[in-house]
Design a protein around this ligand. Structure first.
Ligand code: ADP
Ligand code: TRP
Length: 321
């Protein structure tokens, strides 16, 4: 099975990214042909700062490796190191109906959050479709928010195949329902663009500040509360054992759940869970040359795969004369 997914280096990676996508990818290393990449071209739709983009790309790579991704067991690279993706984006864009893109809610949501309404942001799903189709991915693990983008990729693949003959594999989304959307501090989807995150690699006082800022209601401790409506509980259960989760659920339902204590327990769980990865990340960032070498080797492998598909596409559409 060919599995592929990418992540934007547009800010500190957070626990929503981890449970929505990174964890699944890392767990599939042994059993699949795995493609993992840092989508710096996509990040340009919101980051126009040279230092932020380049440093963010290295950091996102270090994050993945620190969390356990083994570059010998997958193809791991930076999107812009394989320029073939831009050519395929153009080809697909000539097939993409305006209405299909106009219906994408991610574009509207991002504009509503203050990201500039550029053409790049509008055609973001086409670049993403090119990412997926270029490597003939069969399965794409993503958070629920990306489901519509996967549908765009499937539509474009089908349209291309109908018009020019069987060329692309039709990709399937792989969305884990339990962790489909990790809520942020404010209860909305946790997102780098919304400033409501718990970053994986935040530590000490800064981390404590974020955890204590998780919004909860004003129900007194002894009153019953609905755990399913509480974003603190939604985050807590991601880290606690099933037994502890069940105990805390009982406290919510029967009264006795004190938000302040649950937050402190969550803080400890976070420190345990990511402690080792934090140490490893520092090692990678202390040696950026090794990091660059890992990414360059990954790009060479990815490029080989990409050029095979692009060659076929060029032939199918008539760009070979
Ligand atoms: P962000 O919204 O923070 O910018 P990205 O769009 O870069 O995150 O998402 C990277 C991956 O992480 C995608 O697969 C996305 O679906 C997943 N993801 C992002 N936020 C969440 C979340 N809050 N819950 C679950 N998955 C998420
Ligand atoms: N759009 C995805 C996100 O914001 C990132 C992404 C770009 C991606 N290309 C991809 C995800 C290809 C999966 C496959 O999360």
């Amino acid at each position: 099975m060919k599995i592929l997914s990418g992540i934007q280096p547009s800010g500190q990676l957070h626990i929503g990214n981890y449970f929505g996508m990174m964890k699944t990818m890392i767990s599939r290393m042994e059993s699949s042909e795995l493609y993992v990449f840092i989508v710096d071209l996509h990040a340009m739709t919101s980051v126009h700062d040279r230092e932020k983009l380049s440093q963010g790309t290295l950091e996102a790579a270090a994050d993945f490796l620190a969390l356990g991704l083994d570059p010998d067991k997958c193809i791991f690279w930076v999107q812009s190191d394989v320029p073939e993706v831009c050519e395929l984006t153009w080809v697909l864009s000539t097939l993409a109906p305006m209405g299909l893109l106009e219906r994408c809610h991610s574009y509207k949501d991002k504009v509503a959050k203050g990201i500039a309404a550029s053409h790049g942001l509008f055609s973001y799903p086409i670049l993403m479709a090119a990412d997926i189709l270029l490597y003939q991915a069969e399965q794409v693990p993503v958070g629920k928010d990306q489901k519509q983008h996967l549908e765009v990729a499937r539509d474009l693949a089908q349209k291309f195949n109908n018009e020019f003959g069987e060329t692309f594999v039709i990709p399937e989304p792989a969305i884990s329902e339990q962790t489909a959307v990790v809520p942020g501090l404010d209860g909305q989807k946790m997102s780098k663009s919304y400033g409501n995150t718990i970053p994986i690699f935040l530590e000490g006082k800064q981390l404590k500040k974020r955890v204590m800022a998780i919004e909860t209601d004003a129900t007194p401790v002894e009153d019953p509360k609905d755990p399913e409506k509480c974003n603190l509980f939604s985050i807590f259960r991601l880290f606690a054992t099933p037994e502890r989760t069940a105990e805390v659920r009982d406290l919510y339902i029967n009264g006795g759940a004190a938000y302040g204590y649950i937050k402190l327990e969550l803080l400890e769980l976070l420190n345990d869970f990511f402690g080792e990865a934090r140490r490893k990340k520092k090692e990678f960032l202390d040696d950026p040359e090794t990091l660059r070498q890992i990414l360059a080797a990954g790009a060479a492998k990815a490029r080989e795969k990409a050029s095979g598909t692009l060659d076929l596409v060029r032939d199918r559409v008539g760009l070979k004369y």
